[in-house]
Design a protein around this ligand. Structure first.
Ligand code: S3P
Length: 177
């Protein structure tokens, strides 16, 4: 397996901290931070929520997949992906082959705490968002685990602690490969 040590891709469910941790990691490692949802919004000129309304989840996934296919060709980036980016095989392949993939793993209860006031994530606008997060984790955890090179458990610890855990794991991973 070939890895570009210059790209780091963050995957995980909504509320796992991909954007917050991604920004801090990029600053620390002098890489450029990109968020795939923001890139999709910049390309289309509308919000993710609007894309879901107009084109459904299938339409959004197609846009997400082609955006990630482009972005992963760059060098020297930290890419925070949307929580469902791992659903399509071609996207998983782009991520896995073009950088080091870090899965930010979290418990549904913690994800719920961080997303409960959110009105922008279409999949969480249900009567029972915690049950939805549990179901999404159940449906996706295998994809996250098999796409990732590194798994980081996020819990109560703050960003600096997580960043230093990631750095340690990256060092170990790069020594092994
Ligand atoms: C989604 C996660 C969102 C966004 C969209 C769908 C998902 O991104 O791409 O609402 O299917 O889990 P975040 O994980 O950044 O919230």
């Amino acid at each position: 397996m070939e890895h570009s040590s210059k790209n780091l891709f963050l995957i995980g469910l909504m509320g796992a901290g991909k954007t917050t941790i991604g920004k801090a990691l990029a600053r620390r490692m002098h890489l450029q931070f990109i968020d795939s949802d923001h890139e999709i919004e910049a390309r289309t000129g509308v919000s993710v929520r609007t894309i879901f309304e107009l084109e459904g989840e299938t339409g959004f996934r197609a846009r997400e997949s082609s955006t990630i296919a482009d972005l992963t060709l760059r060098k020297g980036i930290v890419l925070a992906t949307g929580g469902g980016a791992v659903l399509l095989e071609e996207t998983r392949k782009c991520l896995n082959e073009r950088g080091i993939v870090i899965y930010l793993r979290a418990r549904p209860e913690d994800l719920y705490k961080r997303t409960k006031h959110d009105r922008e994530r279409p999949l969480l606008q249900t009567d029972d968002p915690l049950a939805k997060l549990r179901a999404l984790l159940e449906a996706r955890h295998t994809f996250y685990e098999k796409t990732a090179h590194i798994i980081i458990d996020t819990g109560e610890q703050g960003v600096p602690r997580l960043i230093s855990n990631i750095e340690k794991e990256l060092l170990e991973f790069q020594t092994q490969s």
